[in-house]
Write a protein that binds this ligand. Structure first.
Ligand SMILES: Nc1ncnc2c1ncn2[C@@H]1O[C@H](COP(=O)(O)OP(=O)(O)OP(=O)(O)O)[C@@H](O)[C@H]1O
Length: 330
């Protein structure tokens, strides 16, 4: 028996089109957080909705602690749901929203939950007076209040701006860990998936490509497709001359395997092991991003120090950052 959530060979179809979810199997252990990560339309929400009982299965099974949930309606699964637009009750106070679904006179519990999501003392505020980020914090407190045995989160941060999203992702993980909540979290944002989840399940076109802890996924993407989705931007066979300095940095022998390079695999200004021709320069978060062409590798984004001055056509020395390299399985 598998403890927690077990998804086996699940297929979800809408009419005659190709299945939205095409034979996915996934386990979520009690107390762990799994992110479903993939591009728009790959079937993440459909899978989440199937687990919730909101979408019928065309094939396969969903079970909890070894018991099939077939025929168990949404409200009897003991699962919580949280969506992109929080779906708060606009005419209740913050406290009234969080208390919904709790027994009467749960004031202390409401206060504890608001404290957990960083909104201590917000009980009497009206929903209309809250920022978008505060609303999602209230929605999270409300979703956690009944202590669901599984919390299903569908892009809960994607309506927020980037800086807020990054902060809330960290707070969201802290709240899930502090409460020991088992959760499945849908996102199309790699950084968010890595910040929130213990394990990340990468989906594409209805299928699951790889499930791993964030660090393992980054270091050992199973395929070029996974690597591309994580942000690896160039691919080169390990046995080509251009790959020699990269092989050396990783201390791996030449082989037919493919080496993937993420942004920052090359660093401008470090002891040079390769040369690149500058094609463009931009600045992000204080660092310089230098688009360079490297013979035998192609166009890649090298990182450089703040305020570096390069012109298009300059030839620059490039050092290597091993953490931005991965060897793909053949
Ligand atoms: N109710 C529906 N009726 C018909 N087709 C649907 C329905 N819901 C989703 N689909 C289709 O199923 C596929 C998967 O959609 P789904 O929403 O699960 O993907 P997603 O990965 O969650 O995408 P997004 O990140 O854009 O929400 C898409 O091709 C979509 O058009």
């Amino acid at each position: 028996m598998v403890n927690g959530l077990s998804v086996r060979d699940v297929v979800v179809r809408y009419g005659a089109a190709a299945p939205a979810v095409d034979g996915v199997s996934l386990d979520v252990a009690p107390g762990s957080v799994v992110a479903l990560l993939g591009p728009s339309g790959c079937g993440k929400s459909s899978l989440l909705r199937a687990v919730a009982g909101l979408e019928p299965l065309a094939a396969g099974s969903v079970s909890w602690d070894g018991s099939s949930l077939a025929g168990v309606p949404v409200h009897r699964r003991g699962f919580g749901l949280m969506f992109q637009d929080g779906q708060l009750f606009p005419h209740r106070t913050v406290g009234g929203n969080v208390a919904y679904g709790l027994p009467a006179r749960s004031g202390a519990r409401v206060a504890e939950l608001l404290d957990l999501v960083g909104l201590a003392g917000y009980e009497d505020r009206g929903i209309a007076t809250l920022s978008g980020g505060e609303r999602q914090r209230v929605a999270l407190a409300r979703a956690l209040a009944p202590e669901p045995r599984l919390l299903l989160l569908d892009e809960p941060l994607s309506a927020l701006d980037r800086a807020l999203r990054e902060r809330l992702a960290v707070d969201l993980r802290a709240a899930l860990v502090a409460t020991g909540t088992t959760a499945v979290f849908v996102t199309h944002d790699q950084d968010e998936a890595f910040a929130v989840a213990d394990r990340v399940a990468v989906m594409s076109a209805g299928r699951l490509l790889q499930v791993d802890a964030p660090a393992d996924l980054w270091v050992r993407p199973a395929s070029r497709e996974v690597a591309s989705f994580l942000g690896y931007e160039a691919f080169v066979p390990l046995d080509t001359p251009a790959a020699a300095p990269l092989r050396e940095a990783l201390d791996v022998p030449p082989s037919a395997a493919t080496l993937a390079l993420a942004e920052g695999a090359f660093v401008v200004g470090r002891t040079g092991v390769a040369k690149g021709t500058v094609r463009g320069v931009s600045s992000r978060r204080g660092r310089s991003e230098v688009r360079v062409d490297v013979d035998g590798i192609g166009s890649v984004t090298a990182l450089g120090p703040v305020g570096g001055r390069w012109s298009v056509g300059d030839v620059v020395e490039l050092g290597v950052e091993p953490d931005a390299l991965a060897v793909l399985d053949t």
